[in-house]
Design a protein around this ligand. Sequence first.
Ligand SMILES: Nc1ncnc2c1ncn2[C@@H]1O[C@H](COP(=O)(O)OP(=O)(O)OP(=O)(O)O)[C@@H](O)[C@H]1O
Ligand SMILES: [Mg+2]
Length: 358
Amino acid sequence: MASIDLKNIAHSYDPTAKDPIFALQPFNLHWEDGGTYALLGPSGCGKSTMLNIMSGLLTPSHGQLLVDNKDVTHLPTTQRNIAQVFQFPVIYKSKTIYENLAFPLRCIKMNKHDIDRRVKEVADLLNLTNILSKSANSVSADTKQLISVGRGLVRENVSAILMDEPLTVIDPQLKFELRRKLKEISARYGHTLIYVTHDQNEAMTLADQVVVMDKGQIMQMGSPEELFENPSHMHVGYFIGSPAMNFMNCRLSDQGIHIDDHFVPMELEGIADSAALNMGVRPEYVSFSDTPVANSVPAEIVEVQNLGKYAIATAKFGNQRVKARLSGKSKLPSGATNLVLHKEHMRLYVDGHLYSAS
Ligand SMILES: Nc1ncnc2c1ncn2[C@@H]1O[C@H](COP(=O)(O)OP(=O)(O)OP(=O)(O)O)[C@@H](O)[C@H]1O
Ligand SMILES: [Mg+2]
């Protein structure tokens, strides 16, 4: 196991072009030894590019990669001791499942006895024990991918295991179970696990720390709770949470913020007059009251979606539309009401970035 540092890494697939396009904008990242991480972002944001730089499939056009403080930027994949599992199964179709799992160990010249012990241990974790002698080609797509995951896990002393959307081809029922297992395995063996996904639920349930990316940039790295409570950028507020965080445009006054006619007292400093201001609040921190209360604003319900376990109500006041996520037991609002914005959970964004007093 090892810590990994990406130092001033940036990547252009065509760095000699007159105006190169950067798949990854310059960034620094530190992955702790033994941490469980998710790399989360929409298609094309640079997740696989970053993973391939770490495994050595790609040499970054700029910057350095350190594994346990040793510069490995130009070392080939084979000398990095990093395992990688891809979106689609990578297996030897002509070999048995046992041989597929044993292969990475044969490559590092492990003795037969240890290979047998390790293959059986991994097979047991992934429920492959009873089919080890089957041909890898004869099993379902799900199982083929399980074999790929097993091949990633089988070496005990890898610096890190990188997984690039490994559960895409897995049946949804099995996905849940496998995700739980991967978390358990990485905790048991203390692997540094970096897991790529564009599914926020997958990222939030699997990882201790989630890195949110967009358009080649790292927007925020934090625990699922930090990303939920304090998105450092509006993009993170939109991308994490269901429904997304509400953002209301607002303006600055001497003692606080005006959201249309609703006044929120706040002590603020150093905000330029020209800055674009948005007040963010999660739908979980919005509720309704039949009578006016502290921090409430008269509003009109425009839509209620009852999803059984919870409901999403959309309310309108002034030029703002705000969604509330209400538990199944709440009384569903209708018509004219009072919208309550929970002040301690309101976050101000200045030109897209979370405001914090300096
Ligand atoms: N071999 C390549 N040559 C040129 N451009 C590439 C190459 N591979 C990826 N790109 C571009 O780099 C950017 C990042 O791609 P990347 O595959 O890293 O994204 P991703 O986040 O993994 O997306 P997805 O979720 O679809 O897998 C995209 O704009 C993509 O078109
Ligand atoms: Mg990808």
